[in-house]
Design a protein around this ligand. Structure first.
Ligand SMILES: Cc1cc2nc3c(=O)[nH]c(=O)nc-3n(C[C@H](O)[C@H](O)[C@H](O)COP(=O)(O)O)c2cc1C
Length: 173
């Protein structure tokens, strides 16, 4: 069994695409978070925005994987109104204790802004620093303009550096 688990939520595919690429690169298992109710369409967009702004944690469907089977967990979130996407907030809140026992890495995807804040928010919500972090815009993902940063993310993860040694500039402001 793989000892790395990539956990993510994706509404429109960007975070999923990155999650799959990361999982393939490091031989990880994938866990896509599925919240109760839809985040599709205009109503879903408004719901997602409200949940993110208010810091709400929707109910999630049960996970397919057990965190205690993994030594490394990589968490990926889209940015919703400069905040962590609510399903990812639910996951971290529910599994905060288990996340203290693993090596942690974080990634996020966005339209344009909020990357630095959201990685910081996720770091604080998890209660510990990641050994690697990656933040990409939808345009960068579409044009695959991130090879060097992906390599650095995977390298940092592989080296399992101590949190204070995460490469500065890994997450653009
Ligand atoms: C409700 C909502 C709010 C968003 N807010 C932001 C934002 O504050 N900043 C930003 O750069 N992108 C924002 N976006 C764009 C997404 O972060 C971006 O498209 C992301 O890559 C979507 O990931 P996904 O395709 O995995 O769902 C928002 C998207 C949604 C649906």
């Amino acid at each position: 069994m793989s000892r790395i688990l990539v956990v993510y939520f994706s509404r429109s595919g960007n975070t999923r695409r990155l999650a799959i690429e990361i999982a393939e690169a490091c031989g990880a298992d994938l866990e896509e978070l599925v919240p109760a109710g839809s985040r599709e369409g205009v109503r879903g967009y408004l719901r997602a925005s409200l949940e993110a702004l208010l810091g709400l944690s929707p109910t999630l469907q049960p996970l397919h994987h057990r965190l205690q089977d993994y030594e490394t967990v990589i968490i990926g979130t889209p940015i919703w109104v400069w905040n962590i996407a609510s399903p990812v907030r639910s996951f971290v809140r529910a599994h905060r204790a288990a996340l203290q026992q693993v090596t942690l890495a974080l990634f996020c995807t966005c339209g344009r802004s909020g990357r630095h804040k959201v990685i910081e928010d996720l770091h604080r919500l998890c209660g510990r620093a990641p050994v690697a972090a990656l933040a990409l815009t939808a345009d960068e993902i579409a044009s695959r303009a991130y090879d060097a940063r992906m390599l650095r993310f995977l390298r940092d993860l592989k080296r399992r550096r101590t949190p204070s040694m995460v490469a500065p500039g890994a997450v653009p402001a």
